[in-house]
Design a protein around this ligand. Structure first.
Ligand code: MLT
Length: 329
């Protein structure tokens, strides 16, 4: 108890007056720009639990799902929110993909947000409906080469991770024509459609696909990471796309935390400290690793390095999206 009081006193001096008032009785909202039950939502709920503990002083974290337009509606809501630390955005690689896909983006990813730190990195899996005629990755690739227009691929809107993966994969296999794309408000509803056989395939994060693969409700064909997931007992035998001949294919979905521009520095520092403590929480780490995610432990947990990383990702993804051309819708 004494160490807790000492910690609180240290925090109070370190962060000044705000440490006593923020977050106060008002909850801190994590805006998730996709539907409830999906991979982004999962990271948000697990992190909210961990930050409830690490922030202390009775802080309460809630999750609000604001989906649509590949995550840009939710991101815009936070960009325009009051800069008081009570409305935060939990978003992923879509933060860096949107500028290359939306000519009229309602917000500027690098100017309209305060960067709070990176959270984790999550592999993706190529999966199919149970009735899909393909059983191996080779079957799947051949199926797309011959019947792409007759097959559909689900995603969570332009700029979502599932959309980006589908675009990159179709470009990498040099499909003659694009598959039909079926957008959803998130990959939770998309997964329901896939399990039900209403859509043919999807590329989604292991935080959402592991359970369905384990239960045998979907077919799994490959992982999108550069290296196989050898330490993951469920996914260790899935080939990487590089092993399947797609040179340099390497896609991992990172997640970060953002506040509206102009949020007071003392509040930002308090949130970043609580985030870094939460990322060291054994329960949080166990939950993440159990779903194939890796919690960030490098300098990207610091705001400046987080922003530097996203800037580099924006520049890296723009030509990838341009090269994806006809597969980008
Ligand atoms: C995505 O495809 O961007 C996400 O998986 C969507 C989601 O979290 O539902």
């Amino acid at each position: 108890m004494k160490s807790l009081l000492v910690f609180a006193a240290a925090a109070a001096t370190l962060f000044g007056a705000h440490a006593q008032t923020f977050p106060g009785s008002k909850p801190v909202t994590f805006v998730v720009p996709f539907a409830a039950g999906g991979p982004t939502d999962r990271v948000a709920r697990d992190l909210a639990e961990a930050m409830r503990k690490s922030m202390g002083n009775g802080a309460n974290f809630v999750v609000e799902n604001v989906n649509g337009a590949g995550g840009t509606i939710g991101a815009n809501k936070v960009a325009k929110a009051a800069p008081d630390g009570h409305t935060l955005l939990l978003h992923h690689i879509g933060m860096a993909a949107a500028p290359g896909l939306y000519r009229k983006l309602q917000y500027k990813p690098l100017e309209d947000f305060e960067y709070l730190g990176m959270i984790n990195e999550v592999p993706m899996t190529l999966i199919g409906k149970p009735q899909l005629v393909a059983n191996t990755y080779r079957d799947l690739e051949n199926l797309i080469r011959t019947d792409a227009a007759k097959l559909n691929i689900a995603h969570a809107g332009l700029g979502s991770a599932s959309h980006l993966c589908g675009l990159m994969w179709q470009a990498a296999i040099n499909a003659k024509e694009p598959m039909t794309t079926i957008p959803f408000g998130g990959t939770a509803p998309a997964m329901n459609a896939l399990v039900g056989g209403q859509v043919d395939m999807m590329c989604d994060q292991t935080t959402n696909t592991s359970g369905q693969i384990e239960a045998g409700r979907v077919k799994a064909f490959a992982v999108t990471t550069a290296k196989p997931l050898k330490s993951n007992k469920l996914l260790k035998d899935l080939p990487t796309l590089q092993e399947m001949g797609l040179k340099g294919f390497d896609l991992t979905i990172w997640h970060g935390l953002y506040a509206p521009k102009g949020t007071p520095p003392a509040v930002l520092a308090q949130i970043n400290t609580a985030l870094k403590l939460a990322l060291k929480d054994p329960d949080f780490i166990k939950k993440e690793e159990g779903l194939g995610a890796v919690v960030v432990t490098d300098k990207r947990v610091e705001p400046a390095a987080h922003k530097e990383f996203v800037t580099a990702e924006i520049n890296k993804l723009k030509p990838v999206i341009e090269a994806g051309g006809k597969f980008a819708d």
